[in-house]
Design a protein around this ligand. Sequence first.
Ligand code: GRF
Length: 211
Amino acid sequence: MKSAAILISGRGSNMRALVEARTGLDVRKVISNRPEAGGLDWAKERGIATAVVDHQAFTDRESFDAALASEIGSADFVLLAGFMRILTEGFIRRFDRRMLNIHPSLLPAFPGLHTHRRALEAGVKVHGCTVHFVTPELDSGPIVIQGAVPVLAGDTEATLAARVLEAEHRVYPQAARWLAEGRLEVKADGAVEVRGVARSAERLVSPPEER
Ligand code: GRF
């Protein structure tokens, strides 16, 4: 069985979805850069090893990333789940093709922060989330799967975020399952092939009622 470390910074609902979905990955450790991250308690209660690597205790990104790598140890994969730190290029290269992130927008639209607010301001009618391999350029690695949701009249940042989060909890476990099964291959042009998954539609997940 392949193993994974999950990195969080906060409540950890994506971590929870990944653990509960039984993706075929052995979640060896949950690591947070914030001691107060709510997700840590949930993981501990389930008997999952946890660790805190508090970024405030480090003077530079390199030493923080070195401590993080040592906590990750020999895990096969790293899953970023609401992990709010920029990682160094060296760290990212170390986990090349072995590290996924979930981002709350349909990339390449709205990389960075405050994605729901920006989507509302832009007036888009469709929004969502993206699971991608992590590369040195922020929020722009090869895309594995996306979840799309409608933007509805009267939406606020909070209602839109909640709708997107539901999609996140469906697509991230799917991506992790493919990773565990060794199905993901990044082609020379940067596109991700999911071996054995014929229909490309399965990689754009819409809300159940709209399928
Ligand atoms: C999610 O919306 C994720 O996409 C973003 O941060 C949020 C984390 O939520 N990167 P949670 O900690 O997984 O509940």
